[in-house]
Design a protein around this ligand. Structure first.
Ligand SMILES: [Zn+2]
Length: 130
């Protein structure tokens, strides 16, 4: 077993600590998944400190095994989103989520008559229980 095969096997084993699914969407563990480092401790190295992905994996996987609560397993799409979103200040992040929720098509807009709004909400409730 070469180094790359070893780290892949090791990653699969560590992913089981997270039920082998993305924290956000429950996608089953596979290629291009990330152990997102939620909380760093003092003097911990980061990905860019390493000259190869395998060397980083061999450094970080035992840390994840010891402190799984400081990490989350994410699919590539959700890891990418988290990396972007974490660049925003909390108050901007709140506004971004607020406007995103308001913009989602299944959310009733506060326009139209109360009867239309009631019909919309009723259909959502029926849908969610069926
Ligand atoms: Zn996901």
């Amino acid at each position: 077993m070469n180094k790359k095969e070893y780290t892949e096997k090791y990653r699969r084993q560590v992913a089981e600590l997270f039920s082998s699914v993305c924290y956000v969407c429950d996608k089953k563990y596979g290629k291009r998944f990330h152990f997102h480092h939620v909380r760093y401790r003092d003097n911990e190295l980061v990905y860019s400190d390493f000259n190869s992905n395998d060397n980083y994996q061999l450094y970080v996987l035992p840390i994840i095994q010891n402190r799984p609560l400081d990490f989350e397993l994410l699919c590539n799409k959700h890891h990418y989103l988290v990396e972007i979103l974490k660049q925003f200040k909390p108050e901007r992040l709140d506004k971004l989520f607020c406007i995103t929720r308001r913009s989602i098509s299944w959310m009733p807009k506060l326009t139209g008559t109360w009867k239309e709004l009631f019909a919309h909400l009723t259909s959502m409730i029926t849908f969610s229980f069926s």
